[in-house]
Each structure stands twice: as C-alpha cells, then as structure tokens.
Design a protein around this ligand. Structure first.
Ligand SMILES: [Zn+2]
Length: 118
C-alpha cells in the first residue's frame, strides 16, 4: 500500500501506490525489485500470481482477450461499462474498484491510523 508521510499520521495517494509498486517510470532494475518484493510478500500464492499477472499485463481482461484474437461481445469494463477493460482500469481506475479499495483502506485506516485522499 502506498503511503506518504511518516509517523502516526500518513497519507495514501494513487501516486504513492504506483511508486510503491514500482509501476510506471521505473527502470528495469527497479521493477526487478518490485517482483522480488512481490514473491517475498506474505500473502497467499494466488494473490501473488494475480498481482504478478497484473504487473506484466497478463490478466485475462477483455482488452487482452481481444489482443489474442478471442472474440468478446464488448471490450468495455463489465462493471462500469465506461471504458475498455484493462488491468489498470480494473485495479486502479474503475469506480467500482475504488469503492472496494476504499472499504479496504477504511479498514486499514482504523488499524494503522492513516489518512486517505482520493
Ligand atoms: Zn470499470
């Protein structure tokens, strides 16, 4: 989870989350660090694999299925129907994803005393 600030009061931003994940703008060496951290993380293996597939854009999103020549009825997001369903959209941009993340962060705020700015 990307959190800016130190001490008891910290602030979560999307930018800090991306930077924490090493997504976007990082060099290949920095991204290697992301993958090392991912594989060493203490989460269930299925979550690690899903996160890895998201980072390397190998999730079976509608956009990726179309790229592989698989016909889909529509490439638009199944939840919001507003934009093409990509990994980035599914995890970071879709309003439905934000509702889910907000609920998770709400729990984290209570547990770790952090502040979220969306
Ligand atoms: Zn959506």
């Amino acid at each position: 989870m990307g959190v800016e600030g130190r001490g008891k009061e910290s602030v979560y931003t999307v930018k800090s989350g991306y930077l924490r994940l090493g997504v976007g703008g990082g060099s290949e060496g920095e991204n290697d660090t992301v993958f090392k951290k991912l594989w060493k993380s203490k989460v269930v293996p299925s979550a690690q694999v899903t996160a890895w597939r998201m980072l390397v854009n190998k999730l079976t999103t509608k956009a990726n299925l179309e790229k592989r020549g698989i016909r889909v009825e529509s490439s638009m997001c199944s939840l919001c129907g507003m934009v093409e369903e990509t990994s980035t959209h599914m995890f970071f941009e879709c309003i439905f994803a934000w509702v889910l993340w907000s609920q998770c962060y709400g729990w984290a705020c209570k547990m770790y005393s952090i502040t979220i700015h969306c």
